[in-house]
Design a protein around this ligand. Structure first.
Ligand SMILES: C[S@@+](CC[C@H](N)C(=O)[O-])C[C@H]1O[C@@H](n2cnc3c(N)ncnc32)[C@H](O)[C@@H]1O
Length: 395
């Protein structure tokens, strides 16, 4: 099922694996007639044992497909830990809950920083959809944490049934949630479905008239925002999972702060008339492209985050928006510079740290496209991460 393109060819074993998943998706297609893009993406990323995030293949880091901020440098997680400490000190119980913990690197560095700062913690909960990633997280944490710290970590299969006070953290989780694809043409609005083309032997787009109210409402607003569209059309994405996800967070949180880090924009910037192909991106062996049907199960599929949608969904769920800023400003506000300047380190180590800081903060690297949004519940605090620059007015 190899589409025409210039991406590297996966190993035979990986192709066999992808074919198994494709057969599973085709079966589902035969049952349902068509899959919305979100349904296809859910299967491509999360089918147990076969989906991209659920199989045993390497993903994050040099041997995988992409690198995330916690893998660039421990400084990222230590800054997040300092923000968490400020909030934990204002809460009656000190818990952290992390969604989608990847290889466990961020959890490890947050826990080590808390320990170094002598911040007590009751529990570090991890909510992870993938059994494979959960096993990797356990291995990372067991290898790097003293046993008293490791014992604080609990993996949850579902969100806490009993409400808790907590600082909730999630890095690059929103961008991995299944989204819908919309196409605006000069005289109609369409939704992207997925079909299988037997002749080409691959999955293909199938655009059909929008039939659901939320998508129609979104399309109407979008048309108003972007104005006249050329014959080439305008394609973009909509994440319908943000609202239920934030509602579920609001339900288990009695009091606390939610810190979400991801790449994305305010709505104004996201749905620019010139962004005619949207932000759908796939990552395969450190190459970014826009074909979500390339070897299902072997590549990541993502879209940028509409942070205005996050803020609206938070408000509807009962959470307040407590801050919004770029990753660079958040890290500077939480102590990046003091963490970077240990002149006792060998020069090679200092240069390595300087390079990591550049990757985390430069505007053309992760510094500006990545944003941090803070949501709060029953907690009025001037959060340190947003003191240098608060961009809430842009939402
Ligand atoms: C791009 S990876 C980021 C991993 C890690 N946070 C990091 O920064 O390296 C996306 C992660 O989000 C997880 N994820 C997506 N939706 C989720 C949800 N609703 N609940 C928990 N985890 C989720 C995936 O399983 C995956 O571990």
């Amino acid at each position: 099922m190899k589409p025409q393109n210039t991406l590297p060819t996966p190993s035979e074993e990986a192709i066999t694996h992808s074919n198994q998943l494709s057969e599973r998706i085709k079966k589902s297609l035969r049952r349902h007639g068509a899959l919305t893009f979100a349904q296809y993406m859910e299967k491509a990323l999360y089918t147990p044992g076969l989906g991209y995030y659920a199989n045993g293949l390497p993903k994050i880091g040099q041997a995988g497909d992409f690198v995330t901020a916690p893998e660039v440098s421990s400084i990222f997680s230590r800054c997040l830990a300092r923000q968490a400490i400020q909030a934990l000190q204002a809460l009656p119980e000190a818990n952290i809950l992390e969604f989608g913990a990847g290889q466990g690197t961020m959890a490890k560095d947050i826990l080590l920083e808390l320990n170094e700062q002598q911040q007590p913690l009751e529990h570090y909960y991890i909510v992870e959809l993938s059994a494979d990633l959960r096993a990797r997280q356990q291995a990372t944490l067991q290898a790097h944490l003293p046993s008293a710290l490791f014992e604080k970590v609990t993996w949850l299969d579902q969100l806490p049934a009993k409400p808790i006070c907590a600082v909730v953290v999630a890095n690059e989780v929103l961008d991995a949630m299944p989204f819908e694809r919309i196409r605006i043409e000069p005289d109609q609005a369409l939704q992207g479905y997925v079909q299988f083309d037997d002749h080409k032997n691959q999955f293909v787009w199938d655009y059909q008239k929008i039939t659901t109210k939320p998508l129609q409402q979104f399309a109407n607003q979008l048309i108003e925002h972007i104005g006249k569209v050329s014959d080439l059309g305008y394609e973009t994405e909509l994440n319908l999972n943000i609202t239920p996800w934030l509602k579920s967070i609001n339900d288990f949180l009695t009091q606390g702060v939610v810190l979400l880090v991801d790449y994305g924009y305010s709505r104004q910037e996201y749905y620019q008339p010139a962004r005619v192909m949207g932000t759908l991106r796939c990552h395969f062996q450190h190459r970014a492209h826009s074909n979500p049907f390339f070897y299902p199960g072997l590549q990541d599929i993502t879209a940028h985050v509409d942070f205005t949608a996050v803020a609206e969904a938070a408000y509807d769920a009962g959470l307040k928006v407590a801050g919004f800023t770029t990753q660079a400003h958040f890290l500077m506000g939480t102590g990046l510079l003091e963490m970077s300047g240990d002149s006792h380190l060998p020069i090679t180590e200092q240069l390595k740290i300087a390079q990591q800081i550049k990757t985390l903060t430069l505007p053309n690297e992760m510094g500006e496209t990545f944003k941090v949004i803070a949501l709060s519940k029953q907690l009025d605090l001037k959060l340190m991460g947003f003191k240098m620059r608060d961009l809430r007015h842009q939402l």
